[in-house]
Design a binder for this molecule. Structure first.
Ligand SMILES: NC(=O)c1ccc[n+]([C@@H]2O[C@H](COP(=O)([O-])OP(=O)(O)OC[C@H]3O[C@@H](n4cnc5c(N)ncnc54)[C@H](OP(=O)(O)O)[C@@H]3O)[C@@H](O)[C@H]2O)c1
Length: 300
């Protein structure tokens, strides 16, 4: 089968097409004929070797942890049948014609392949962050990166909980954030003043999904470290701020809930660029820019 692999850590150019054996599903597993693969920031961080100590890879490695596609082979007791349309986390790299399912659920008819692969990582991470912060009705939450894949989902779920959301994002995404019900501000110098201009008492909690050095400002605005959380800024370790990197929230039930939310219109996803599998390096360049303009996907 056609896959994208990297045999050494490095820039996007190390991503190369390769022919590899089709993976065989083990007990409880399914094989998915991939229709869409999600591109995440973690994919290029792993490829660049930035995570080589924390998450060493066996090279060559095929990137990709989000998959949507059609079940084409099942292991014993897999709980899915050949022909089922599924989505979720893959157990093998999803930048490929076929991948093994990891944690997956049925994809409803009303959910596109592209929207399906936008949900696992962003949905789980957004909910994890809001739960860890304990965001409640009537509170004011500041979200750094509110226009990003994780931040935009977090924005919508926080608003649904009754929170007021101040969303930090690039100006071109402000209208979208306003349409969701958030109050956008631009990032960069002077952020504390801009937030105080619309929320003089500061904020109750801060969810940093951007990882761009805004933790000190976040502590200032929330009046302490207790309710500041980042998923992306390693400065958290020196500053004594919570860095959340995972949990046990990757379940089929969560996937089903996220899919239902999209189908029923409670949650919307902005699609960015979709690339053919062979252009995975371009997809990584766009993700690395930090301004993806929506979910980046590969179509197979
Ligand atoms: N720890 C975990 O469990 C976990 C899970 C998922 C993701 N992550 C990490 O979380 C981060 C975000 O992921 P994502 O998929 O949401 O990324 P994304 O879709 O690329 O979003 C990036 C966000 O950062 C904003 N941004 C870019 N430059 C900025 C700057 N200089 N200052 C402030 N904000 C800036 C962007 O705003 P504009 O586009 O509006 O300019 C956008 O909102 C990545 O680092 C990823 O690795 C961690």
């Amino acid at each position: 089968m056609q896959t994208i692999q990297f045999a050494e850590y490095g820039g996007p150019e190390v991503l190369r097409p390769a022919d590899t054996p089709v993976p065989e599903p083990g007990r409880g597993q399914v094989r998915v004929a991939v229709r869409a693969a999600g591109v995440n920031a973690l994919d290029w961080k792993l490829r660049a070797g930035a995570m080589a100590q924390a998450m060493p890879l066996d090279l060559p490695s095929t990137p990709g942890m989000e998959v949507a596609g059609v079940v084409d082979a099942v292991g014993e007791g897999a709980g899915h049948a050949v022909g089922d349309e599924v989505f979720g986390w893959s157990a093998t790299g999803s930048y490929a014609e076929y991948a093994l399912g990891g944690v997956i659920a049925r994809k409803p008819d009303g959910l596109s392949w592209q929207d399906a692969v936008a949900l696992p990582v962003a949905g789980e991470t957004a909910l994890r962050g809001l739960d860890l912060l304990g965001v409640r009705d009537g509170e004011t939450l500041l979200i750094h990166g509110a226009s990003g894949a994780v931040g935009r989902v977090a924005t919508q779920f926080a608003l649904a909980r009754g929170a007021r959301v101040i969303g930090v994002a690039g100006e071109r995404n402000h209208e979208d954030l306003r349409s969701l019900g958030a109050e956008p501000v631009v990032y960069g110098d002077g952020l504390v003043d801009r937030v105080r201009a619309i929320s003089p008492d500061g904020v109750d909690a801060v969810f940093d999904t951007a990882g761009q050095g805004a933790l000190p400002d976040s502590v200032t605005l929330s009046g302490g470290k207790e309710r500041v959380l980042t998923i992306a800024d390693p400065a958290a370790f020196e500053l004594g701020i919570t860095f959340s990197s995972g949990g046990d929230g990757q379940t089929p039930e969560l996937l089903t809930r996220l899919a239902d939310d999209v189908v029923s219109g409670r949650l919307t996803v902005v699609q960015g660029k979709s690339f053919p599998l062979a252009e995975a390096a371009e997809a990584h360049r766009l993700s690395e820019s930090g301004h993806s303009g929506g979910k980046i996907t590969l179509t197979v």
